[in-house]
Structure formats: structure tokens, C-alpha cells
Write a protein that binds this ligand. Structure first.
Ligand code: ITT
Length: 202
């Protein structure tokens, strides 16, 4: 796919929107958020990160008539056989239409402790970025960031599970470091580098 002049960022998550805008800024692409266009939030019916990223990108491209970039991401914990994974946002649902990541992180930690000390504390974030054209083309790029879980959660920057995630080789959580640093080393940055390389080759 060629580098688009204008792109819909097909997410309703303000934390992701901030990060994707920062990643796209150097590319000189005009970005518009899904909420600015009043696009509905699709139901994530897929069984994989790729399925869900592609269904979000496809819906936004079809409804807006513009190329659309969607992100499906999550935290996969080894001791929980990859959970919450694609259910990362759903583990935070508070029953009243909102999200409570404090509660979601507590559930992760509770289940990790229940798995016992031998299960370890390793985890990784996954991010799939899907770029859909309104004419039917679709390309997806997967990024990953390995690390370990920290408890209790630390830091008030970032979003989602950032306060309990320490990237391998680091000591601070993703919620303690400067967001600009996270943008260089995260699962989203990894996927984004692959996307940019593919656009450069088009
Ligand atoms: P959209 O579908 O509208 O993009 P969402 O929040 O529902 O927003 P996902 O279904 O992809 O997105 O859910 C992924 C969840 O995983 C997200 O809500 C975060 O809490 C978590 N997550 C993803 N990337 C993260 C990151 O960089 N840091 C911390 N948590 C992250």
C-alpha cells in the first residue's frame, strides 16, 4: 500500500490514539480519530489480534471512505497461558460501561499468584496494526515487547496495564518512563516500524 495523505485512526482508546499520533507525526500524514468522525465502536468478534485489528480497520475504511489504521493489542501472561491476550480490554470492564484497569491488573496478579511461583512472571505485550484501504486492500503488522510483571503497580503515565509491565532489561514500568521513551521501545513501536518499512517499499 502507498503512504496515504490522510488516515483515520480507528480506535476509541485515547491512550492508543495519543501513541499512534506520536508515532505517525514524523510521517506527515494527516490523521483523524474515529470519534471525530462519529464512527461506531465495532464488536470484536475475532479470535486473534489480527482478526480484530482487521475488522476494526475494515469497518472504519468502509464507513469513512478513507484509509484506516486500527490497533488490536493486549497483554499475554505466560503463567496464564497467554491470557488476558485479546481479552485485555474486556478484563477491565466494570459492568457499568466503563473500564477499571486497577481491577484488571489485580485480577492478573491474583491469577498469576494462584498459578504458583514456578509459573514465573514473564509476560509480553502484542500489538497488531492493520491498514485498510477503502478499496479493499489490507495489510497487517505484528509487534511484540517482552518483559516481566511488577507488583504492586507503579507509575501514572501510559495507560492500561503499563503500571505492572517492566520491559526486559529495564527496572521501571512502562507507566514510570517518559512516554517518548515508550514510543521507541514498545510493542506498538515494533509493529509501527514494520508498517513504515512496508509503506516505504510501496
Ligand atoms: P480500540 O479497540 O478502540 O482500539 P481498546 O482499548 O478496546 O480500543 P483493544 O481491544 O485492542 O483496544 O484492547 C487492548 C487493551 O490492552 C487495551 O485496552 C489496553 O488496556 C491494553 N493495552 C494495549 N496496549 C497497551 C499498552 O501499550 N500499554 C498498556 N496496556 C495496553
Amino acid at each position: 500500500m502507498r503512504k496515504p495523505a490522510k488516515l483515520v485512526i480507528a480506535t476509541h482508546n485515547p491512550g492508543k490514539l495519543r501513541e499512534i499520533r506520536a508515532l505517525l507525526a514524523p510521517l506527515g500524514i494527516e490523521c483523524v480519530g474515529a470519534e471525530e468522525l462519529d464512527l461506531p465502536e465495532p464488536e470484536e468478534t475475532g479470535n486473534t489480534f489480527v482478526d480484530n485489528a482487521e475488522l476494526k480497520a475494515r469497518q472504519a475504511a468502509d464507513l469513512s471512505g478513507l484509509p484506516a489504521l486500527a490497533d488490536d493489542s493486549g497483554l499475554s501472561v505466560d503463567a496464564l497461558h497467554g491470557h488476558p491476550g485479546i481479552f485485555s480490554a474486556r478484563w477491565a470492564e466494570d459492568g457499568g460501561g466503563g473500564r477499571d484497569f486497577g481491577r484488571a491488573m489485580e485480577r492478573v496478579w491474583r491469577e498469576v499468584e494462584a498459578a504458583g511461583p514456578d509459573a514465573g512472571r514473564d509476560a509480553h505485550f502484542v500489538c497488531v496494526l492493520s491498514l485498510a484501504s477503502p478499496h479493499g486492500a489490507m495489510e497487517s503488522f505484528e509487534g511484540r515487547c517482552d518483559g516481566t510483571l511488577a507488583w504492586p503497580p507503579r507509575g501514572d503515565r501510559g495507560f492500561g496495564y503499563d503500571p505492572m509491565f517492566v520491559k526486559t532489561g529495564m527496572t521501571q514500568t512502562f507507566a514510570e518512563i517518559d512516554p517518548a521513551q515508550k514510543h521507541n521501545i514498545s510493542h506498538r513501536a515494533d509493529a509501527f516500524a514494520k508498517l513504515v518499512a512496508a509503506l516505504g517499499e510501496a
